[in-house]
Write a protein that binds this ligand. Structure first.
Ligand SMILES: *Cc1c(COP(=O)(O)O)cnc(C)c1O
Length: 381
């Protein structure tokens, strides 16, 4: 069976993990810092804080932005639920901005309309769907005009670029979040990271990761009682990444460029292999170079009269497991209970009717990809 995503773990990666397991510090040792530093340098950002997942990263990013009860977070309906849930963790309200019908990212036009209509988010979370950056220049200009914090959810976009900057540079945002879940571009088993150029945010992120406990007398309310002394100065969490996970993430960075190059090659091949099928292949904005975490196609409903469940079944019978990214978040029962309903974000809902995800990952061979294309040709015929 060909699945939609799969990690690629080398013998060097395994050795890097084993080396840490034989060392005295298996959590909060030197590898966490090395991984953070390497990622920050790669992206061109000043600071990075590694945590247990992108979900945790989004949570502490919202906390660092000061998001709380009575505030509002906006994100895209076409994302993983974590991009919205981070607002709810902080007690804030969540609302959505409909997507652009060609890139499937948050529409900057819709965002502008919603702001002009009086919406006042404290935090906006643009999601770089598939690994293609959102229109960050416009979103950044709107942030200046309307005073909100931008947290990029770049879980799909490690290795992607936008207008000559690397996603993660935070050139157009306050913070950027990455995921190192095994299906993503590089993995740490589980893991996430927040990048930022702002020292004030970095200081907050760093303590929120570990119970908001400080040992630096400068940050205490009074002189330490003694050398054992520490203070908890806020409500933090245990979101620490282990050193052996950081070693895996660090080692995977050796192949990051190769991972992304292969994904780009596979995406280009899909564009060609599927060109004459009744589908819309992904459209790339010229400002962006995607990292291709996923390859999403949309069927032309006027030319395909099979329903999606049948397509999934017939593809599985041919050895290909399709997927769908994503079910619009506002249609989840949890969000419906908060008042959202079908029809609220029509462009996202139409996308959901038509989209599905084809397998794409570093180790997918040309032959396997041809199997996928051939199966799809038969199923859609
Ligand atoms: C995977 C993903 C997350 C969550 O990442 P974890 O590391 O699994 O917590 C958040 N947002 C998006 C867009 C994702 O794809």
């Amino acid at each position: 069976m060909i699945y939609y995503g799969k990690q690629s773990v080398s013998e060097d990666d395994i050795q890097a993990v084993v080396d840490v397991l034989r060392s005295p510090l298996i959590t909060q040792g030197p590898m966490v810092e090395r991984f953070e530093k390497r990622m920050a340098e790669y992206c061109g950002a000043k600071y990075a804080v590694a945590v247990t997942s992108a979900t945790a990263a989004l949570h502490i990013a919202c906390r660092a932005a000061g998001l709380g009860k009575g505030d509002m977070l906006w994100t895209s309906p076409i994302t993983f639920v974590a991009s919205a849930n981070c607002g709810r963790y902080c007690g804030a309200d969540v609302d959505f901005v409909d997507i652009d019908d060609s890139t499937y990212n948050m529409s900057a036009d819709e965002l502008e309309k919603k702001l002009a209509a009086g919406g006042r988010p404290k935090v906006v979370v643009p999601v770089h769907l598939c690994g293609q950056s959102c229109d960050m220049e416009r979103i950044h200009a709107l942030a200046k005009q309307y005073d909100f914090t931008i947290i990029e959810d770049a879980s799909h976009a490690v290795g992607a670029t936008y207008k000559k900057t690397r996603v993660g540079s935070c050139a157009y945002s306050d913070m950027t979040v990455f995921s190192f879940h095994p299906v993503k571009i590089i993995t740490a088993g589980e893991g996430g990271m927040v990048l930022t150029n702002r020292k004030d945010l970095y200081d907050k992120l760093e303590i929120l990761r570990t119970h908001a406990i400080v040992r630096d007398p400068e940050r205490m309310t009074h002189e330490p009682d003694g050398e054992w002394y520490y203070q908890q100065i806020d409500l933090g969490y245990n979101y620490r990444m282990t050193d052996f996970q950081a070693a895996l993430g660090y080692s995977q960075m050796d192949r990051l460029e190769a991972f992304v190059a292969r994904r780009r090659q596979l995406a280009k091949r899909y564009d060609e292999l599927l060109a004459d099928l009744p589908l819309r292949t992904p459209k790339q904005d010229s400002d962006t170079n995607s990292s291709w975490h996923i390859y999403v196609v949309r069927m032309d409903k006027n030319r395909v009269n099979k329903n999606k469940q049948v397509i999934f079944e017939e593809m599985r019978a041919r050895g290909v497991q399709l997927n769908l990214h994503y079910i619009p978040v506002h249609l989840q029962p949890y969000y419906q209970a908060l008042g959202f309903k079908k029809g609220d974000f029509p462009v996202s809902e139409r996308y959901y009717e038509e989209a599905f995800t084809l397998p794409i990952y570093y180790d997918l061979t040309d032959e396997q990809q041809e199997t996928v294309a051939k199966a799809l040709r038969e199923v859609l015929a």
